[in-house]
Design a protein around this ligand. Structure first.
Ligand code: B1M
Length: 232
């Protein structure tokens, strides 16, 4: 039996438990995360504090190590899965307590493209950072994006493309938003392996995001700016 197996989560004090949650998220241990979330809630922690101090705190470490090439896609997917376990417990409670939402993003892979691993990872990491995510899935024509923007009223539109043949479709979506006078209503973030900064600029996106960690940081950045503008 490893030392890890001997740890009884309920016997740790709050600080130790949060530290243990960071480790368990990093290791993708979903059941342990679910148990720890339950313990913190029983101890009277507000759901929002569990989300931000324990789960988001842990995912920030995962995100940074992913960006720096210390963690790879399979590990990040496992960590994100563990995070989702904790989030599923907190989601209804957060809705009840009205915890502040960081922002909302509609995201989808563009028409003609069925790659979704990267998009899913971005969605999960963004959820981990407190964003509400509406995932449109794969192979989205411009109509799907427009409908979702209308009904969901997000702050951010995210688009993903993995093929050199599908990435130009992002411009079709952005140009349609311009034509309809809606472009400035949303922050448009784009990503996918064949893209780069120059392409992002050329099609009129607000930013190109190299990976999920950059997507989280960029989205947070734009939300801060938006809030500062509103309160100024
Ligand atoms: Co395809 N495929 N594939 N493929 N596939 C690539 C993209 C390719 C580069 C492989 C190669 O030839 N070397 C190549 C494209 C070549 C090109 O366009 N120049 C290719 C091809 C050709 C094809 C097919 C055409 C093959 C065929 O049928 N002949 C076909 C296309 C089908 C279609 O879409 N119409 C096809 C199919 C498939 C599978 C179905 C088998 C599978 C997809 C499974 C799935 O997604 N559910 C697949 C896979 C797995 C790949 C590779 C191997 C891996 C992609 C991936 O998941 N990477 C890929 C090779 C490669 O990229 N090295 C390849 C891991 C993922 C975490 O990274 O998606 O880059 P990524 O996402 C990152 C960032 O890019 C960024 O953050 C993510 C996380 O860090 N990001 C965003 C992504 N989206 C974002 C959105 C944002 C922000 C950031 O919005 C805010």
């Amino acid at each position: 039996m490893s030392q890890e197996d001997d740890i009884i989560l309920s016997e740790l004090d709050d600080e130790e438990l949060v530290q243990q949650m960071f480790d368990d998220l990093y290791d993708g241990l979903r059941e342990e995360i679910e148990e720890a979330v339950g313990i913190l809630l029983e101890r009277g922690w507000a759901p929002y504090d569990v989300l931000t101090k324990a789960l988001v705190g842990g995912m920030t470490i995962v995100g940074a190590d992913f960006r720096d090439g210390i963690l790879f896609v399979p590990e990040v997917l496992l960590a994100a899965n563990a995070m989702k376990g904790g989030m599923a417990i907190l989601k209804p409670l957060l809705a009840e307590t009205g915890a502040p939402r960081v922002g909302k993003m509609v995201i989808g892979t563009v028409k003609g493209d069925i790659h979704d691993i990267g998009k899913n990872l971005v969605g999960m990491m963004m959820e981990g950072a407190g964003f509400e995510i509406v995932d449109l899935g794969i192979n989205n024509p411009v109509e799907n994006y427009l409908e979702a923007l209308e009904t969901e009223e997000p702050d951010i539109l995210g688009m993903s493309a993995l093929l050199t043949t599908t990435m130009p479709y992002m411009k079709v979506v952005i140009d349609t938003l311009i034509e309809q006078g809606k472009r400035d209503d949303y922050v448009v973030l784009v990503g996918g392996a064949p893209l780069n900064e120059e392409f992002g600029r050329a099609i009129g996106a607000d930013a190109y995001c190299r990976d999920a960690a950059v997507a989280v940081e960029t989205a947070k950045d734009f939300m801060h700016r938006k809030h500062n503008r509103v309160s100024a």
